[in-house]
Design a protein around this ligand. Structure first.
Ligand code: NAI
Ligand code: OAA
Length: 308
């Protein structure tokens, strides 16, 4: 039997994630939304692309959580995106209400699923989902670091005019202005980028990465990025479905790792069939550790506002 992935929120990120999943033939997809007609229309439209793409995935759109029953993975993209002039944190109260509603429904329908949280502000939403779902931390994971690292990799590849395939990068911390790109752990064909890009230029790439979401919002004006975010989400989905044991930067509930306790923050994680299978602790310099702490403190502040 094919695996079943539910995507909550049939908007830009949700529908595009469904597209990537189907194009890679990873699983059957249930697209669910509160708006009537949109998930049904997008789901059927995508299903009708399958003969052309030669992919046997079944896709349906629905407003009924009964259709999502016993999903292997549930991706939550429900919520409002930001507009120019807003920070992700401005979405906190609205998206917290939506997250609470969604988590109670998906966990009732799929008590054994793995939850991947995408809605912003990401780390606080992951924390809210974790507290409400009452799943163990292996089964509630937030998507941000894969996206932030992909942006950093893009900028490095463009700067050095090398294949994106040569570039690896790590971005830790919360998915906000205080995120922590780590040049020391970013490489081109195994060569640390600190050997290849001079410090001032590198700092500019780091800052562009931190502002990567806002850069897209400024162009789009009506919403935020969705191609790279959905591709990043689907890399996590694939790692879990295929039990790849892939190391990816994800938001995970820390219990003492990196000196942080009881909080979702982005760190290197191993993803496999059980979800979050391991948190990798790397030794940070004093400066990197201070930046990570500052980022975690910003997440903690947001969580305190909504009491999670
Ligand atoms: N973690 C990350 O790195 C990223 C997070 N995001 C976040 O993802 C979220 C979605 O972004 P977009 O898809 O661009 O927005 P969108 O507005 O295109 O889609 C959101 C969808 O959620 C639906 N929705 C609202 N309340 C719902 C509920 N209670 N149940 C089910 N569906 C509901 C809406 O009807 C809409 O179709 C935003 O919060 C955005 O900030 C976006 C990009 C990257
Ligand atoms: O910028 C936003 O609001 C959406 C997002 O999280 C991103 O693209 O990094």
């Amino acid at each position: 039997m094919r695996k079943k992935v539910t995507i909550v929120g049939a908007g830009n990120v949700g529908a595009t994630a469904a597209h990537w999943i189907a194009s890679k033939e990873l699983a059957d997809v249930i697209l669910i939304d509160v708006v009537e007609g949109i998930p049904q229309g997008k789901g059927l439209d995508l299903l009708e692309a399958m003969p052309i793409e030669k992919r046997d995935c079944h896709i349906i759109g629905t407003n009924d959580y009964a259709d999502t029953a016993n999903s292997d993975i549930v991706v939550i993209t429900a919520g409002i995106p930001r507009k120019p002039g807003m920070s992700r944190d401005d979405l906190l109260q609205t998206n917290y209400k939506i997250m609470s509603d969604v988590v109670s429904k998906v966990t009732a329908a799929s008590p054994n699923c793995i939850l991947i949280v995408v809605s912003n502000p990401l780390d606080a939403m992951a924390q809210a989902a974790f507290k409400q779902a009452k799943f163990n931390r292996e089964r509630v994971i937030g998507m941000a670091g894969v996206l932030d690292s992909a942006r950093f990799r893009t900028f490095i590849a463009e700067e050095l005019k090398v294949s994106v395939e040569n570039v690896t990068a790590f971005v830790l911390g919360g998915h906000g202005d205080t995120m922590v790109p780590l040049p020391r752990f970013s490489t081109v064909a195994g060569i640390p980028i600190t050997e290849l890009i001079e410090p001032a230029k590198l700092e500019a790439l780091v800052q562009r990465t931190r502002d990567g979401g806002a850069e897209i919002v400024k162009h789009l004006k009506t919403g935020s990025a969705y191609y790279a975010p959905s591709a990043a989400t689907v890399e996590m989905v694939e790692a879990i479905l295929k039990d790849k044991k892939k190391i990816l930067p994800c938001a995970a509930y820390l219990q003492g790792e990196y000196g942080i306790d009881g909080l979702y923050v982005g760190v290197p994680c191993k993803l496999g069939a059980r979800g979050l299978e391991q948190i990798i602790e790397i030794k940070l310099t004093a400066e990197e550790a201070a930046a990570l702490k500052k980022s975690a403190d910003a997440v903690k502040e947001l969580c305190a506002v909504i009491g999670v």
